[in-house]
Design a protein around this ligand. Structure first.
Ligand SMILES: *[C@@H]1O[C@H](CO)[C@@H](O)[C@H](O)[C@H]1NC(C)=O
Ligand SMILES: *[C@@H]1O[C@H](CO)[C@@H](O)[C@H](O)[C@H]1NC(C)=O
Ligand SMILES: CC(=O)N[C@H]1CO[C@H](CO)[C@@H](O)[C@@H]1O
Length: 649
C-alpha cells in the first residue's frame, strides 16, 4: 500500500506501534505467520516474539531427510517427531540435535547474543543460519513444546537421556511399545513444565518415586496444569506425592492404570487425597486396567471431584443406563466428551466386546441424538457405527439386495439411525465402524457397498456438524463381526465415489485428517482439495470418471425405488426431527448422485472448497500443509519415490 493511498486515519493508526501491537494480539498464529509478518519489516519485528515456528517430521515422509529437517530445530518453538518403523537412523539424529540446541543455549556465540538479547539464545553453526541478513529475518523462539511418537527404536536409555531444554512448557510422549520413563528427571530439568502427557499402547512404566534424580532436585512446587497418563504403571503413593506439589493442577487423567507388583490402587483413598489438595480440577479421569467399577463408584469418579465440569472422559463400556441418565441430567453445560476405546477391542453385532463383557453402541448413539445437555458440545471423540448415520436406510437396503438370505447363525441388529443434537461441534475425532455387514470377501459388488458406507459418513458429517474446525476420521485396526475370522477394517474409500468431496462444504474446517488404508487412486481423484488441482486437465479427468458412473447411478435409482416401497421398520432416533431444513439437506445422504453434484460444483468456476483448510493428512501420517500433504501422497517427480515407498504402503 503506498503512502498516498492511505486515508489519514489508517495512516496514523498504522504508525502507532502500541496500537498495532494490541491489534496483533488478537490475530491467530496462522494469520500472523502467513500474512502479517510478511507485510513489512516493522510488522515482522513487532510480531517476531509472538509467532512461533513448528518443526514436524514423520518417518513416512520418506522424501524428507530427517537430518535436513533438523537444521530447522534451532529457534523452533514446537517440535513434533514421529518415528515408528525404519527409524534406526532418525532417532540418533534427533538426540544429537536436541543436545546441540541445549549446548548453544548454554554457550551462545556473541553474534547470537546480539540477535537475541532478551530471550533464551539458540543458535546454529550451520551455514544456512550463518548468513547474517537471513538470520535477522528468522523466527526464533525457545523450544516450548515437544511431542514425540516412538516405538522400540528409541531405547529407554535414549529416551531418558533426551536433552529437553528448561524452557519446555509442554511435553507429550506416546510410545507404541513397552517403555520405562523417568518422569522425575523431566520435572527436574524442565521447571516450567505445565503440560505432561505420557502414554503407551502397551505399558508405560513410570519409575518412582523420584527415580534417578534425587528428590531434592525436583522443585517443591511444580507449575504443572495438566497431567495425562495413559496405560501407565505407577504406584498410588507416587502419584499422591506428585500432586501434592502441583497446586495449579486443572486436568488429571489417569487412564488404564496398573500398579507395580505388591501394590494396588484404592479409589476412595485417592479421592480423599485429591479432595484435600488446594487445586480444583476441571477435567478428571481415573480407570484401572481390568477393573470394571460399580455404577456408584463410576458415578463418583465422574462427578465427585468436578461436579460442574464441562468436560468428561469415559470408556465406551462405562455408558451404563445410570451414567447415560446422569450425563443427560447434569446441570452444567457439557462442552467436551471423550469416549475412550481400546485399540484391540473386539467387535460384535451392534457393539463391542471387552474381555467377556459385551456392550452396545446404542446408549452413546441415543445420548448424541436425544440428550439436550449435549447440544452445546464443542469437542467429541468417539467410536461410532456408520449404521447409526444411515438415516434413509440406504446401506441396509443395499446389503439386503445383495444378501437376500440372512447369514445363518449371525445376529443382525436393528439400528435406529438418528441426527446428533450437537450441531455446533467444532472438533470431531471419530473412529468409524460398520457392524451391520455381511462377509464381503470375494463379493463382486463390494466396492458399491463400501461406497454407500463411505458416502453416508462424509455426507452426514458435512450436513449435521457444519461448524467443524478440526476433523479426524480413523478406522479400527481390525474389526470382524464374524467369530473366528480376522478381518482388516476398511470402509472408507479415497476414490471419488467414496464421497470425500462432500466434506468440502465444511467452510470453517482448518484441519482434516482421514486415515485411509492406502491410496490407490490417481491424483485427480484427490487434488480437487487444492486450487492448483482444479486445472482444466484435472477437471477433465474427473469428468471422465463421473461419466463411467452411468450404470451405477441407474442401479442406485432402482434401489431407491425398492427402498421407498419398503415400510420403515422403526422411527428415526432424535430430537432434531422437527428441523425440516436439516432433514432436507440430508435427503441424498449415501447416494452417488449427491457426490456427482458436489464434484461438479467444486469444478465449476467460482466454487468455494475448503477455504479455511490449513492442515491435511489423508494417510496415517502427521498433518502438514495441504500442498505438501498432496506431494507426499503423489511425489511430484518419480525420482523421489525411493525404496521407502515399498515399505510404507
Ligand atoms: C456447581 O453448580 C451448582 C449449581 O449451579 C452450585 O450450587 C455449586 O456451588 C457448584 N459447585 C462448584 C464446586 O462449583
Ligand atoms: C491397558 O494396560 C494394559 C497393561 O496394563 C495393556 O496391556 C492394555 O493394552 C492397555 N489397554 C489400553 C486400552 O490401552
Ligand atoms: C534397536 C531396535 O529396536 N531396532 C529396531 C528398529 O526397527 C526395525 C524395524 O521395525 C527393527 O527391525 C529393529 O530391530
Amino acid at each position: 500500500m503506498s503512502q498516498s493511498q492511505q486515508s489519514p486515519a489508517t495512516a496514523t493508526f498504522l504508525g502507532v506501534p502500541e496500537l498495532l501491537d494490541m491489534v496483533f494480539a488478537f490475530v491467530s498464529q496462522d494469520t500472523l505467520r502467513k500474512t502479517v509478518i510478511l507485510v513489512c519489516r516493522n510488522w515482522f519485528f513487532l510480531n517476531r516474539q509472538r509467532v512461533s515456528r513448528e518443526l514436524s517430521w514423520d518417518f513416512k515422509w520418506f522424501a524428507d531427510d530427517p537430518a535436513k529437517a533438523l537444521k530447522r530445530l534451532p529457534g523452533a518453538g514446537r517440535l513434533v517427531w514421529k518415528c515408528d518403523h525404519y527409524c534406526k537412523d532418525a532417532w540418533p539424529k534427533l538426540i544429537k540435535s536436541l543436545k546441540g540446541v541445549e549446548k548453544r543455549r548454554l554457550h551462545p556465540s556473541p553474534k547470537w547474543k546480539k540477535m537475541w538479547p532478551h530471550g533464551v539464545v539458540q543458535g546454529d553453526d550451520n551455514p544456512i543460519f550463518n548468513q547474517a541478513n537471513n538470520l535477522q529475518f528468522r523466527i526464533f523462539s525457545p523450544l516450548r513444546q515437544v511431542e514425540l511418537f516412538s516405538d522400540y527404536n528409541l531405547s529407554d536409555e535414549s529416551l531418558n537421556l533426551l536433552a529437553f531444554p528448561p524452557t519446555l512448557t509442554t511435553l507429550k510422549i506416546f510410545r507404541y511399545s513397552f517403555s520405562t520413563f523417568d518422569v522425575g528427571r523431566i520435572f527436574a530439568i524442565c521447571p516450567y513444565l505445565e503440560v505432561l502427557h505420557a502414554g503407551s499402547r502397551d505399558v508405560l512404566n513410570l519409575q518412582g518415586p523420584w527415580t534417578s534424580q534425587e528428590l531434592s532436585t525436583v522443585p517443591e512446587t511444580l507449575p504443572l496444569r495438566s497431567l495425562v497418563l495413559d496405560s501407565a504403571k505407577l504406584s498410588q503413593s507416587w502419584l499422591e506425592c506428585l500432586v501434592s506439589r502441583t497446586p495449579l493442577l486443572k486436568e488429571l487423567k489417569i487412564i488404564n492404570l496398573s500398579s507395580p507388583s505388591g501394590s494396588f490402587w484404592d479409589w476412595s483413598s485417592l479421592f480423599h487425597h485429591l479432595r484435600s489438595q488446594p487445586f480444583t480440577l476441571n477435567r478428571f479421569h481415573y480407570s484401572v486396567h481390568g477393573e470394571i467399577p460399580s455404577e456408584d463408584d463410576l458415578d463418583d469418579m465422574l462427578y465427585a471431584l468436578c461436579p460442574n465440569g464441562s468436560e468428561r472422559t469415559l470408556w465406551s463400556y462405562n455408558l451404563l443406563p445410570g451414567i447415560v441418565r446422569s450425563l443427560t441430567e447434569q446441570p452444567s453445560v457439557l462442552t467436551n466428551l471423550d469416549i475412550l476405546r481400546h485399540h484391540l477391542t473386539r467387535c460384535h453385532a451392534d457393539g463391542w466386546k471387552e474381555g467377556e463383557h459385551f456392550y452396545s453402541s446404542t446408549p452413546l448413539h441415543r445420548l448424541l441424538c436425544e440428550s439436550p445437555s449435549l447440544r452445546h458440545l464443542k469437542s467429541l471423540k468417539v467410536p461410532y457405527l456408520i449404521e447409526h448415520m444411515d438415516i434413509h436406510r440406504r446401506i441396509k437396503t443395499a446389503y439386503e439386495s445383495m444378501f437376500p438370505d440372512p447369514d445363518v447363525g449371525r445376529e443382525v441388529p436393528t439400528f435406529h439411525p438418528g441426527v446428533w443434537v450437537c450441531r455446533g461441534l467444532q472438533i470431531l475425532r471419530i473412529q468409524v465402524h460398520s457392524h451391520g455387514g455381511y462377509d464381503l470377501r470375494g463379493v463382486e459388488n463390494r466396492d458399491m457397498l463400501l461406497g454407500f458406507l463411505s458416502r453416508t459418513l462424509f455426507s452426514y458429517i458435512s450436513k449435521v456438524t457444519p461448524q467443524l474446525r478440526d476433523l479426524c476420521i480413523e478406522e479400527p485396526y481390525s474389526c470382524s463381526v464374524f467369530p473366528g475370522r480376522f478381518s482388516y477394517r476398511s470402509y472408507l474409500s479415497e476414490h471419488l465415489f467414496g464421497g470425500l468431496p462432500l466434506l468440502s462444504s465444511l467452510q470453517y474446517l482448518e484441519r482434516l485428517r482421514v486415515e485411509f488404508e492406502g491410496i490407490s487412486c490417481g491424483i485427480s481423484q484427490l487434488n480437487w482439495i487444492l486450487s492448483a488441482g482444479r486445472s482444466m486437465q484435472d477437471k477433465n479427468n474427473r469428468r471422465a470418471i463421473i461419466s463411467k458412473w452411468e450404470n451405477q447411478l441407474e442401479r442406485e435409482g432402482q434401489m431407491e425405488a425398492i427402498r421407498l416401497q419398503g415400510i420403515h421398520p422403526s422411527p428415526l432416533s432424535g430430537g432434531r426431527l422437527h428441523d425440516v431444513k436439516l432433514l432436507e439437506d440430508l435427503q441424498h445422504t449415501g447416494l452417488l448422485r449427491e457426490v456427482k453434484t458436489r464434484i461438479e460444483a467444486i469444478d465449476s468456476d467460482n466454487s468455494q472448497c475448503f477455504s479455511s483448510l490449513l492442515k491435511l493428512s489423508l494417510s496415517r501420517e502427521l498433518e502438514r500443509s495441504p500442498e505438501r500433504s498432496m506431494d507426499s501422497i503423489f511425489p511430484p517427480s518419480p525420482a523421489k519415490k525411493t525404496m521407502w515407498s515399498l515399505f510404507s504402503t
